[in-house]
Design a protein around this ligand. Sequence first.
Ligand code: ADP
Length: 501
Amino acid sequence: MADFVGAVDQGTTSTRFMIFDYGGNEIARHQLPHEQILPQAGWVEHNPTEIWERTRAVIETTLTKAKLTHRDLAAVGITNQRETTVVWNRRTGRPYYNAIVWQDTRTDRIASALEREGKGEVIRRKAGLPPATYFSGAKIQWILDNVEGVRQAAEDGEALFGTTDTWLLWNLTGGAHVTDPTNASRTMLMDLETLDWDDELLEIFGIPRAMLPAIRPSSDPTGYGVTLAGGPLGGEVPLGAVLGDQQAATVGQLCFKPGQAKNTYGTGNFLLLNTGTQPVRSANGLLTTVCYQFSGQLPVYALEGSIAVTGSAVQWLRDQLGIISGAAQSEALARQVEDNGGVYFVPAFSGLFAPYWRSDARGAIVGLSRYNTNAHVARATLESICYQTRDVVEAMQQDSGVRLDVLKVDGGVTANQLCMQIQADILGVPVSKPVVAETTALGAAYAAGLAVGFWESAEDLESNWKEDQRWEPSWSHEQRELGYARWKKAVERTLDWVDVT
Ligand code: ADP
């Protein structure tokens, strides 16, 4: 049998291909960015053809770097930016329009009308999501309503919808039109219980069923087919798995048991808690989502807390305030002071996501006195990442009744030692980081390898997860709760700031 597994990680700003061995060690990778197309305020698009070309190139280059061929790969998995919407023609394979990216807010009128017309309740109940511009359903509706000829083509079965996993699978296999439940659970169109497209939800958005892909288990030996011999792999390799990026990271962190959670700290934060084989409805502003489904097994669900601004608040210190020259310097600056000196920063630059979902909030730095310096602001920025995480953890504990005993972390911000120590202090639980930080690609590789028997079972993977670093809480209970109470007061100050129409 082949000795390696590959993973395509199609992200928001770039696409990478990575190859892993049986021990979960990285063998090779190559990564290429693609253009962020910003036609007007609030609109974010990608060119699907460019994404496919970049995918081809990263696969070919990685194989060359590693001196491997398709024969060395037991399977390939795909993980992808979620919700981003592509619509293309079944015969020509050409997109009708650019991909509308998850960050794009052009559908705000569609989303707010859903709430006004009382459709929010059924969307929450069936899809586990609040109506929002974030998810694919409204983006598909926008394309059907605004791009000439697409509605008719969709009704005739000529126009196909897919998230970027589906788009890449279509191109890699020469025509498979498939996705997995983790991606489908981000469309507002799939019933979480049946894992099928729901007629009532399709009706709400006016979306013809004929344009939607088949939903296969996330890890499946045959469901996604094999790569084309003439494609970038240069031969047939089973496509064993598809997972949305945050779900893939949850698998990569081996959160296979209910109560296990991972937090990814990037531009924003995404905390996912495995809740087992029953979807848990949130009363506290979290999303209910499919975590993964292995072939022949029940689906496993997650509660998800998405935070819009975390690592990007550090970028703001660099680019807008100019008080640091690079992200890593935020640590040295914050270390110049013992504590936050009373300063709290709520980076609600475009409102607040989980658990507040307040689009009327805007950012604030509060508690300033004459004595404060840049260092306090840097420290308050790192604390804001950790306090926002605590807000989500509190909501998760209330919804699930599960108490977190350790938080597994990954993502760019986890390079910041001080920030991770503050996280343990603010949560009052240890924070643990694995050696292989590329948990997203690794999760897709694991799911693909499990599908074809490269790894026998999830237990097989346990020994691959090795802790790199652990941070233990050091604050007293009083200190922790006093700080958190102040944070909550700071959040209150940011609400009801702008008028939202
Ligand atoms: P994404 O996948 O969302 O692009 P990454 O996981 O690559 O994100 O993380 C990038 C983010 O991490 C950036 O917003 C950057 O500001 C932040 N970051 C990187 N290194 C540090 C650091 N040492 N301290 C604080 N933030 C950091």
